[in-house]
Ligand binder design. Structure first.
Ligand SMILES: Cc1ncc(COP(=O)(O)O)c(C=O)c1O
Length: 400
């Protein structure tokens, strides 16, 4: 924290930078035009006319605030319409809408696990899944990231003690952009009678024949009991959801403290999310998902051809290489990473910087993320800037 404070005083902190525009590929930040390569607006829907229109209509009809919880006065028709739309999209009996994605995980895990249960989470799972486990009276255990043998060991140990278990994983991991091997995870969960929850935050809108996420990509949508997600990335709003059977969703609706004891999502957020979900389910959604992944591939290839060190590509079903919208550039040790982030910012590119504890100690990342709206020219320009910034000065002198 001391480092961040010192960087803030020098005007070099990568955090809490203010935008003067929306989250399109070309933004104004700190009063200067820059390229946005650090948003989660994967499909580029955050300023799409139909999504803006959905939000505006909801705002005009229902006003600004929800002024209460879903349980009492906060539910409007649009919450129910959105839940029906999401359940239909995911092919589940029911869906429930939360005020944020973080609360989706807290509310879901918190409602379904308790004293005497064991929650086994992937060590790299999003903070909200770890927070969710802490939020319950269940025993919280972690397995090594994407290590299925280690997961099986943890589940065997829990089963020996006769403990009901829940397994929580991300579909796409938010920092390094790799995928969870859902086929093998689902199999191990089935063998050990564990309830599997997949958080599709970074994969909804991007993966699977119906764009519902990585579980569908692995052909496990019908047999995975619980999936959660957020509206804050491809769905271009704020809020979150969980899908599953009537019984599971009803249990969340009645016991999920993070669902019950907070204000409902505001009308504009829900109207915008509903419009975005409908758009994702249309031909345009598929076309945008394809463009987003083509952009990710282009950026990866451009950086790799310049010798910029990257993590990945990710491995998908059948061991095939795949890209995700997240393109992680390795910058190394944290202090170097802060300096390089700032140099890149001065070159007019905003990237997210991930450092310890979000990533291992000496593996800070520039977490780049593309959208369907970036052009190849944008990405080529960004790759050149990144290469210039990361190239060691001594090499630059030699080339010159
Ligand atoms: C994997 C994952 N799950 C949940 C969340 C929380 O979602 P929200 O931002 O809607 O609270 C995030 C947000 O960064 C995430 O990356």
């Amino acid at each position: 924290m001391k480092i961040i404070r010192a960087l803030e005083l020098e005007g070099k902190s990568p955090y809490f930078r203010a935008l003067q525009t929306g989250n399109s590929p070309r933004i104004d930040m700190d009063g200067r035009p820059r390229m946005m390569l650090g948003s989660n607006n994967y499909l580029g829907l955050a300023d799409h006319p139909l999504v803006v229109e959905g939000a505006r209509k909801a705002l005009e009809r229902f006003g600004t605030g929800s002024t209460g919880s879903r349980l009492l006065n906060g539910t409007i028709d649009l919450h129910l319409e959105l839940e029906a739309e999401i359940a239909d999209w995911y092919g589940t009996e029911a869906a429930i809408v939360f005020t944020t994605g973080h609360q989706s995980n807290l509310g879901t895990v918190g409602a379904l696990a308790g004293r005497g249960d064991v929650i086994v989470a992937d060590s790299d799972a999003h903070a909200s899944l770890h927070d969710a486990a802490r939020f319950t009276d269940a025993q919280s255990v972690r397995f090594r990231h994407n290590d299925i043998d280690n997961l099986a060991e943890k589940l065997t140990a829990a089963a020996k003690r006769g403990r009901p278990t829940m397994v929580t994983v991300d579909g796409v991991y938010s920092m390094e952009g790799d995928l969870a091997p859902i086929d093998r995870i689902a199999e191990v969960c089935l063998e050990h009678n564990a309830l599997l929850l997949v958080d599709e935050a970074h994969s909804v809108g991007v993966f699977g024949p119906d764009l519902t996420g990585v579980t569908e990509l692995y052909g496990k949508a019908d047999t995975t009991p619980l999936r959660t997600g957020t509206f804050s990335k491809s769905i271009a709003s704020t809020g979150g959801f969980a899908v599953g059977s009537h019984d599971l969703i009803d249990a969340i609706r009645t016991n999920g403290r993070a669902f019950l004891f907070t204000a409902a999502g505001v009308p504009a957020a829900i109207g915008g999310a509903l419009a975005a979900v409908r758009l994702i389910r249309s031909a345009e959604g598929r076309e945008r998902a394809e463009r987003c992944l083509a952009n990710a591939r282009f950026l990866r290839d451009s950086l790799a051809s310049l010798g910029v060190p990257l993590i990945g590509p990710a491995i998908g079903p059948d061991g095939a290489e795949t890209v995700t919208p997240i393109v992680p550039v390795i910058v190394g040790e944290s202090l170097r990473a802060f300096a390089k982030w700032h140099e890149l910012y001065e070159h007019g590119v905003f990237a997210a910087l991930a450092h310890y504890p979000a990533v291992p100690l000496d593996r800070a990342l520039l977490r780049l993320a593309v959208t369907a709206e970036h052009t190849f020219a944008d990405l080529e320009e960004a790759a050149t800037s990144i290469h210039t910034v990361l190239e060691p000065a001594v090499e630059r002198r030699l080339v010159a």
